[in-house]
Design a protein around this ligand. Structure first.
Ligand code: NDP
Length: 479
């Protein structure tokens, strides 16, 4: 059985204490590899490697740093199929999705930040009294990047790319549930000629390896994407050593549909925004609010579409949805369906675990649509992070804004209307880091990405990410 290794100081090495954790293929429900159960001493080794590599990497001319990273992006493109297969196997997502979205986005992340540093001008301020100020942006040193399982390589690279590009050395921990593409990425780092110690990947549990990164006094910043509960723990821990923190956390995103929308476009996109990646995307619109005049029409058309939305083996080309990431997560999501019933919800579609022929032990679930719930019940307030959406009718803009803004989260919202004035006004009033009007998950890497309220702290994306991974210094010169 394949034993994944840590990537420390340019080498693939076993965890110091020699302990491993089983890694599952969720589409079969079988262990197919093992990952290091890294501890504080492994993290210590990685931080030390990062510290040693830092002076040379941070002083390397940006052109050269950029070239190495572009080579890394090229290698991801060249290995697209192998990486996509690994992602589908590890996570349960359809191979087609990994080929089309996850892996191309991973190389785009690296290419974007590798070239952004070449265009990043610093500021200067001149004072009439005879002084000139300018700003130097220094890399921080060794930084920690901790990423989740839902978009494994996509989110991993979203963090490590701006960190490396800005001249930092990285200690990263991918989710213990989906380590495989980060492991393959280690090999690509070696092939691309990333200097040893610049990028270090320590596999293992959040509570051990993750915590050791967050607690380490020499780690200067933590960029974290994951659940809100974990974000709170990390935020508190990181504050003890005054680390900079960027927290991208959970969501319970509203999808607001007005009667005047382009119905066909809305319907097709809503299918994706509800169930893409089995609903396991922090940006999925899990609360669908529909203006009353088209409520019944929407309901009928949505459910009709779902009848042909095939759940199946990730490697089957016709599968629109694959397996849930783990048994525990499947059970958690099914628990929410049960809660919805107890709260008075009516299951309009799905709601059950699915058995797929040939993959009887896999963790599959039907896409699920529920109606009849109060906007402030637990099902409508807590993040489920699975293929479960609720439908709620509304009559006025004020009413839907109250519903949409009622949760502790504020990550992303979608609005469907042909009325530009209304789109503008609703976008203004939504408590959300991102608003998509008449589209969903359209990403321009230059834009700020992140949430408000319990959905996070800080913004990533574009120059904001480069800012996060650097410390500005003002120099004032009298002339
Ligand atoms: P978790 O918060 O459980 O884990 C995220 C990462 O943190 C994992 O690598 C995990 O390791 C690690 N971790 C867990 N505990 C600690 C700790 N005490 N110290 C340091 N690291 C720790 O999230 P999930 O992996 O379950 O991902 C799903 C969540 O991520 C959802 O809530 C989703 O909304 C959110 N998310 C947010 C996004 C955003 O951009 N806002 C984007 C994508 C997802 P381990 O795997 O071993 O537990």
């Amino acid at each position: 059985m394949l034993k994944i290794q840590n990537y420390i100081n340019g080498e693939l090495i076993a965890p110091l204490e020699g302990n491993y954790i089983d890694n599952y293929n969720p589409s079969k429900g079988e262990v197919y590899s093992q990952i290091p159960n890294s501890q504080t001493n492994d993290v210590e080794l990685a931080v030390k490697a990062g510290q040693e590599a830092f002076p040379a990497w941070s002083k390397m001319p940006k052109n050269e740093r950029s070239k190495i990273m572009v080579r890394l992006a090229d290698l991801i493109d060249e290995n697209l199929e192998e990486l996509a297969r690994a992602e589908a196997m590890d996570n349960g997502k359809p191979l087609s999705l990994a080929m089309r979205v996850d892996i191309p986005r991973a190389s785009a992340n690296i290419r974007f930040f590798a070239t952004a540093i070449l265009h990043n001008a610093s500021q200067s301020h001149h004072m009439e009294e005879g002084f000139t100020n300018y700003t130097l942006n220094h890399p921080l040193g060794v930084v920690g990047c901790i990423s989740p399982w839902n978009l494994p390589l996509y989110l991993f690279t979203w963090k490590i790319a701006p960190a490396m590009a800005s001249g930092n050395c990285v200690v990263a921990k991918p989710s213990e549930v989906t380590p495989m593409t980060a492991y393959l990425f280690s090999k690509l780092c070696i092939e691309a000629g990333v200097p040893k110690g610049v990028m270090n990947i320590v596999h293992g549990l959040g509570a051990h390896a993750g915590d050791a990164i967050v607690s380490h006094p020499k780690v200067k910043a933590i960029s974290f994407t994951g659940g809100t509960a974990t974000g709170k723990i990390i935020g508190r821990k990181a504050a003890e050593t005054f680390k900079k923190t960027s927290l991208e956390l959970g969501g319970k995103n509203p999808n607001i549909i007005f009667a005047d929308c382009d119905f066909e476009a809305m319907l097709n996109t809503t299918l994706h925004s509800s169930f893409a990646n089995q609903g396991q995307i922090c940006l999925c619109g899990s609360r669908i609010f529909i203006e009353k005049p088209i409520y019944e029409k929407f309901k009928t058309a949505f459910i009709e579409k779902l009848k042909t939305h095939k759940v199946g083996d990730p490697f089957d080309k016709s599968s629109k949805m694959g397996a849930m990431v783990s048994k525990e997560h499947l059970e958690k999501v099914l628990g929410y369906v049960q809660l919805a019933k107890e709260e008075g919800g009516k299951i309009l579609f799905g709601g059950n675990k699915l058995t797929i022929e040939g993959s009887e032990n896999g963790y599959y679930m039907e896409p699920t649509v529920i109606e009849g719930l109060d906007f402030n019940c637990r099902t409508n307030q807590e993040e489920i992070f699975g293929p479960v959406v609720t439908l709620t009718p509304f009559e006025t803009d004020e009413e839907v804004l109250e519903y949409a803004n009622s949760t502790q989260y504020g990550l992303a919202a979608t609005v469907w209307t042909e009325n530009l004035t209304r789109a503008q006004r609703i976008s203004q009033e939504l408590e959300s880091g991102i608003v998509w009007v008449n589209c969903w998950l359209v990403r321009d890497l230059r834009t700020p990405f992140g949430g408000v309220k319990s959905s996070g702290l800080g913004r990533e994306g574009g120059f904001r990410a480069l800012e996060f991974f650097t410390e500005p210094k003002n120099v004032c010169i009298k002339y």
